[in-house]
Ligand binder design. Sequence first.
Ligand code: 13P
Ligand code: SF4
Length: 341
Amino acid sequence: MTGPTALPMAGEPAPELVDIPALKAEVRELARERGAVILAHNYQVPEIQDVADYVGDSLGLSQTAARVEQDVIAFCGVHFMAETASILCPQKTVLLPDPDAGCSLADSITPPELDAWQAEHPGAITVMYVNTTAAIKALTDYCCTSSNAVQVVEHIRREHGEDVEILFGPDMFLGAYVQKTTGHANMHVWSGECHVHAGIRPDDISAVRAEHPGADFLIHPECGCVTSVMEYVASGDVDAAGVHMLSTGGMLQYAQEAQRTGSKVEVIVATETGMLYPMQQAAPGVTFIPANRAASCRYMKMITLPKLRDVLRDMTGEVRVAADLAERARLPIERMVAING
Ligand code: 13P
Ligand code: SF4
């Protein structure tokens, strides 16, 4: 892009004309001056991904936040992700460009609700998806992300016995997937959901399958279509070889591999549509088709270049988890990171 371009900005009445290349350069210069690293989730808008030092999935972002040397982390993602970075790096300054960038899934369980659930199941091991608040993590035994939920539950079965009672939350579709994959019977799943992924329904899959026969399927395990796709596979209706349940990081690796081997022409992607940008960049020779074009996370899209520029310039938007809460919330995250090595 060369000249001034209209940049849509969530939450602002009228799009303002901004010079994207100039803003990108300004952001990079401010990051250098502040000694800041810019981390971005795969669902961020393209221009944010372009200025980031690291783009990745929830697990990769946690791991990167824990190991970077910089004292300032500008976190382009949603609030629970910035909290996780602050929990892992209490000595660092974590900046979130918009404090309203929340998450409907993280909102689907509160500490009193989790307390009450645990009281009904004394002795059970609590596994919570990383898409939760620090207060929930503080009540949790193990965190997991979409890329390691199966591994975390398998680890718990090895450590605590095959009959161990597990409370899994808050995402019910991920929970159903983990339960089916591990075969762990003594598991209770919270009935929370991400409004974006829950909206990718079995009908979307049927329609897109009919339009693109032979295409591979990449499915984020938070999707509302997960159970039905597992049923299609079990009944032999869909070839298991072409179906991949993946985190966003796993989808990117798939794209890199598809480009390297040249073996794929069309691939259907069931997740938030921001994911198509890094995948298409990694594999220009493959056509990625969204399972549902309306699957856009308004929280992720709240992060814009002007807001990122402002927090770096003014050192505002800090997310800091109180020390005592952070200490309790760190343990389940560190257990998760240790399982992944
Ligand atoms: P992952 O990047 O871990 O796959 O998570 C997806 C998501 O919905 C994050 O909000
Ligand atoms: Fe939360 Fe869903 Fe948005 Fe991810 S896509 S941040 S889970 S609301």
